[in-house]
Design a protein around this ligand. Structure first.
Ligand code: ARG
Length: 271
């Protein structure tokens, strides 16, 4: 074979490899990549107690504990990165994280861009108001100004872009932290805050004289871990969650952070 022919064969070969590579989902063997790196990167938004929050320099909560079990199963170290909630999916899809554990609700819309694990938690969107508010039920939110955390299901539901919600609020104010929405509620700049149930309880606990959480929730939803589409990491994550559920360990983790039926949680007791 002369040099020219040899080079053109090489070029054809490279093109074939490049083409076939582009047909395989980018993260198809994510597990091997993670194991070769010796670490798995979880990305979250640590403004969501009790699922993830900062305790001095550490990011702690229910999701980091589940993530630690995933790392253990993979036999690698766990690294956690903390970013804005609405950047989580785009950032993972740019390769900056292996999975998202962020009390993230599995929605159809998000499923277009990520694969979700089996669900690990049933949640709902709660409504927080001032103790003397005239808002007593979800329908009282009609024509009111509501604070939400940017890009969350609370935001999506209140914004109602597709017009499917039965509640028509007047205005939605978006915050990067649920805590900031609550500060504006206390300052009278919003009439209510819509946020996930357990974070809502934690926020109300911090201001028990001023705030109440309504009994009636806005929506019911399920949390799941998000991974790049087509990744084989999903099998591992599903297995870890199923094992934690079947062994009762998941309940044990949750009850460390959340009061269950009036029993004081360990995290509360140690404060
Ligand atoms: N469950 C809601 C959602 O998926 C809110 C999650 C917010 N999580 C967080 N770590 N800030 O939209």
């Amino acid at each position: 074979m002369n040099m020219k022919k040899f080079l053109s064969v090489c070029a054809a070969g490279l093109t074939a490899i490049a083409l076939s590579a582009s047909f395989v989902p980018a993260e198809a063997d994510q597990v091997a990549t993670i194991q070769a790196a010796g670490k798995v990167v979880m990305s979250t938004n640590a403004e969501f107690e009790p699922f993830e929050y900062k305790d001095s320099n550490d990011i702690v909560g229910i999701d980091p504990e589940i993530a630690a079990k995933i790392a253990e199963k993979l036999g690698v170290e766990l690294e956690i990165t903390d970013i804005a909630f609405d950047s989580l999916i785009p950032s993972m899809n740019k390769g900056k994280a292996d999975f998202i554990a962020a009390g993230m609700t599995a929605t159809e819309e998000r499923s277009k861009n990520v694969d979700f694990s089996v669900p690990y938690f049933n949640a709902s969107q709660s409504i927080i108001v001032l103790a003397d508010s005239e808002i007593k039920s979800r329908t009282d939110l009609n024509d009111k100004t509501v604070g939400v955390q940017q890009g969350t299901t609370g935001d999506i539901y209140c914004t109602d872009e597709d017009g499917t919600s039965d509640i028509k609020v007047k205005d939605v104010k978006r915050y990067s932290k649920g805590m900031d929405a609550v500060s504006d509620l206390i300052a009278g700049r919003v009439d209510a805050v819509v946020i996930d149930d357990f974070p809502a309880s934690k926020l109300v606990e911090k201001n028990p004289e001023k705030l109440v959480k309504l009994d009636e929730a806005m929506t019911e939803e399920e949390y799941a871990i998000a991974m790049p589409k087509g990744s084989n990491l999903k099998e591992v994550v599903d297995q870890v969650i199923t094992e934690l559920q079947e062994s009762g360990e998941l309940d044990a983790i949750v009850s460390k952070y959340i009061e269950v039926e009036g029993v004081e949680s360990e995290a509360e007791a140690s404060k």
